[in-house]
Each structure stands twice: as structure tokens, then as C-alpha cells.
Design a protein around this ligand. Structure first.
Ligand code: DGP
Length: 115
């Protein structure tokens, strides 16, 4: 997707603070963090949102959760806890139309914090 900002991050066309990368997944720090740790985990394949997932995407979603576990350990928030949020659609507050998983942690999160 040529005009997708996260695809540009994947292609390193715009800079980001990458904390994890493999052949299918990349994770980078959110530009507007709402918690001390605020990381976005995305599939390199362009999937617009949660509702656009196809049966073939089941494997990558599982891998994303495995990567989330690695990142929370790396960031030192595994034991105290964290939150994973996926915003979907207009009412869900999704601004970037490339499926992404927010990892939020590093403080006690209030119920209203959702990235
Ligand atoms: P959402 O509202 O769920 O679509 O969240 C999109 C998030 O993406 C938002 O928290 C800000 C972040 N974001 C948007 N543009 C950029 C960017 O260019 N770089 C980085 N690192 N984060 C971005």
C-alpha cells in the first residue's frame, strides 16, 4: 500500500524506533505514547484492520502474540503487567488503516487508556 504510513515504516522510508523485526512482523515505539512503554506491533503484510483478516492470516496473528511476549520481556513489563489494544474502525478510534496491536505498560493503567 503506497500511501500507508506503516508500510512506509516497514520499508524504512520514514524513520521509526524499531524494537523488534523479523521477516513477517515489525514493532516500533508509538510516536505519541500514552504510557511509559507504548509499542505498536504490526504484520508486514498490509491488512487494513481486524475485520479484514482472512483465514490465511490466522498464523500471523498467533505469531504477533508470541512477539508481544518477547517484547514485554525485553521491555521489563512482563511481570507487572501490560495491556494489548487493537482499535478497529471509526468508533474504535482506528486512525491508521494498517492492523496494529498497541502494547501499553510501564505504569498502572487507568480503565480509559486505550492508546
Ligand atoms: P490507532 O488510533 O489505533 O490507529 O493508533 C495509531 C497510532 O499510530 C497512534 O497511537 C500514533 C501512531 N502513529 C501514527 N503515525 C506514526 C508514525 O509515523 N510513527 C510512529 N512511530 N507512530 C505513529
Amino acid at each position: 500500500m503506497e500511501d500507508c504510513i506503516f508500510c512506509k515504516i516497514i520499508k524504512k522510508e520514514i524513520p521509526s524506533n524499531i524494537v523488534y523485526e523479523d521477516s513477517e512482523i515489525v514493532a516500533f515505539r508509538d510516536i505519541n505514547p500514552v504510557a511509559p512503554v507504548h509499542i505498536l506491533v504490526i504484520p508486514k503484510k498490509h491488512i487494513s484492520s481486524l475485520i479484514d483478516l482472512k483465514a490465511e492470516d490466522e498464523i500471523i496473528i498467533g505469531k504477533i502474540y508470541t512477539v508481544i511476549n518477547k517484547i514485554v520481556e525485553q521491555e521489563g513489563i512482563k511481570e507487572k503487567g501490560f495491556r494489548v489494544v487493537v482499535n478497529c474502525g471509526e468508533d474504535g478510534g482506528q486512525e491508521v488503516k494498517h492492523l496494529h496491536f498497541h502494547i501499553l505498560g510501564g505504569k498502572k493503567l487507568g480503565l480509559k487508556i486505550c492508546g
